[in-house]
Design a protein around this ligand. Structure first.
Ligand code: C2E
Ligand code: CA
Ligand code: CA
Length: 412
């Protein structure tokens, strides 16, 4: 469906005029096989079927509902003044049901195959009419792909508009960076910080990175996100480092950036522009990223390693670990996944696993980093096991630069 500008304007005006009178719904109705029908019986038959469908829609809906033909095989229905979301669903189901009995088209009985998608306005919804139509469209798309007759514009489809908003957020600076301290276990001093992205969306509120990083990757936005995060981190870290020259910084790299060329130049370029020595930067890469394309990934990281940049294997133990890649992988740090570290205080098995992982790191000349340290007891176990670096809520949550500075100045 690609609605012409004039029709879209008319539909948008109708939706806008209904906003005041409570919840409303949009239903997209798609007819399967209309092209095949036209090919078989001629365009007149196709047209006659569409007219019959439109007539029945008007018959079964309430007088206040509006029906538009929005494409060669599609109709859009506006359901104003719904008493509840349930009434919207009832209407959509009614449409499906009413078309189970045959229509008469050119004196022949015909049962059209309908797919129906419903998008509902919600309380305080600030979505534009066009947004609502697009929500219904993506729900329909989903229904057609999954062979469902009825689809609701739910969370899964909301993802699609989140992706759109994320694209805007990158341009409009809605994203920001927080820094979480990494502590040297022997000296108990902060030696590095990990940069973590934050998104406070005007429309959706706070969205956790676990969600929006995945969305960015699905939407092909990983390169933009990486470019943004390298610049945003450097902008905040460069002045910090001038005051605290010993402080290192770690950036997370999405697994998707390795298939794009230019990541090496981007990083080296940013370091040069901001006057940061490569050894002050750690790139965190997950095991999964490494396993996706071990050769490409390790070649890129080896070049960066050669310039002095440090490399950490993130979330170690969580993905599917293959020890072969570790042998060739140019990493300087092994970050043991929090799922092993957090339960250490009360879980013997977790402690045994962490001890082994620290051993692996040291055998391969890497520093062992434990993330997810949430209590003093865990920190003591890690110290006793010879772990090098710790990170976790017990040592400091992710924070903004002013709070971080205060913390670091206090450490002297
Ligand atoms: P990660 O790289 O494993 O980052 C550590 C996550 O654990 C962070 O979650 C951090 O806030 C959280 N964390 C730290 N200490 C503790 C603790 O003691 N207990 C618990 N339960 N959690 C702790 P966050 O900030 O929500 O980030 C989630 C993930 O999103 C990150 O996991 C990373 O994979 C990704 N991410 C965040 N920022 C970026 C970014 O700028 N670029 C990319 N590509 N990924 C990012
Ligand atoms: Ca990380
Ligand atoms: Ca991690």
């Amino acid at each position: 469906m690609l609605i012409g500008t004039q029709l879209l304007g008319e539909i948008e005006a109708s939706i806008a005029s209904q906003r005041e009178s409570g919840q409303f719904g949009l239903v997209l109705v798609h007819l399967r096989g209309i092209r095949q029908l036209a090919a078989l019986l001629g365009f007149e038959a196709g047209d006659a079927l569409l007219r019959a469908v439109e007539m029945r829609l008007v018959e079964v809906l309430r007088p206040m509902d509006q029906v538009w033909r929005t494409g060669p095989d599609e109709f859009l229905i506006l359901l104003p003044q719904l008493l509840s979301a349930n009434h919207g669903q009832l209407a959509a189901r009614k449409v499906l049901r009413e078309f189970e009995s045959p229509l008469t088209v050119q004196d022949r009985p015909m049962v059209p195959l309908l797919t129906v998608a419903l998008a509902l306005s919600s309380d305080g919804d600030s979505a534009s009419p066009q947004h609502m139509i697009r929500r219904a469209m993506s729900a329909l798309e989903h229904a057609l792909l999954t062979n469902n007759r009825l689809a609701l514009a739910n969370e899964a489809h909301a993802d699609l508009w989140l992706q759109d908003d994320l694209r805007d957020a990158l341009v409009n600076n809605e994203l920001s960076i927080q820094f979480q301290p990494l502590v040297d276990i022997r000296s108990r001093r902060v030696i590095s910080v990990e940069a973590l992205a934050r998104w406070r969306s005007q429309r959706h509120g706070v969205i956790p990175p676990s969600r929006f990083i995945a969305l960015a990757e699905q939407a092909g936005l990983a390169p933009e996100l990486t470019r943004w995060s390298i610049n945003a981190v450097m902008r905040e870290y460069a002045p910090l480092r001038r005051e605290l020259p010993w402080l290192r910084c770690a950036i997370n790299l999405s697994s998707k950036v390795f298939s794009q060329s230019g990541i090496e130049d981007q990083i080296s370029g940013a370091l040069a522009i901001w006057g940061i020595p490569p050894a002050a930067l750690t790139l965190e890469v997950t095991e999964t990223a490494v396993m996706d394309d071990p050769e490409l990934c390790s070649a890129t990281l080896r070049h960066l390693r050669d310039t002095g940049v440090r490399v950490a294997i993130d979330d170690f133990g969580q993905g599917y670990s293959s020890f072969t890649y570790l042998k060739h992988f140019p990493a300087t740090e092994l970050k043991i996944d929090q799922s092993f570290v957090t339960p250490m205080a009360h879980d013997l098995r977790a402690r045994q696993l962490v001890r082994s992982m620290i051993g692996i790191a040291h055998h391969l000349d890497m520093e062992a980093v434990a993330e997810g340290v949430e209590d003093a007891c865990t920190l003591e176990y890690l110290a006793e096991m010879g772990c090098d670096i710790a990170q976790g809520y017990h040592l400091g949550r992710p924070m903004d630069v002013p709070e971080l500075l205060e913390r670091l100045r206090a450490q002297g």
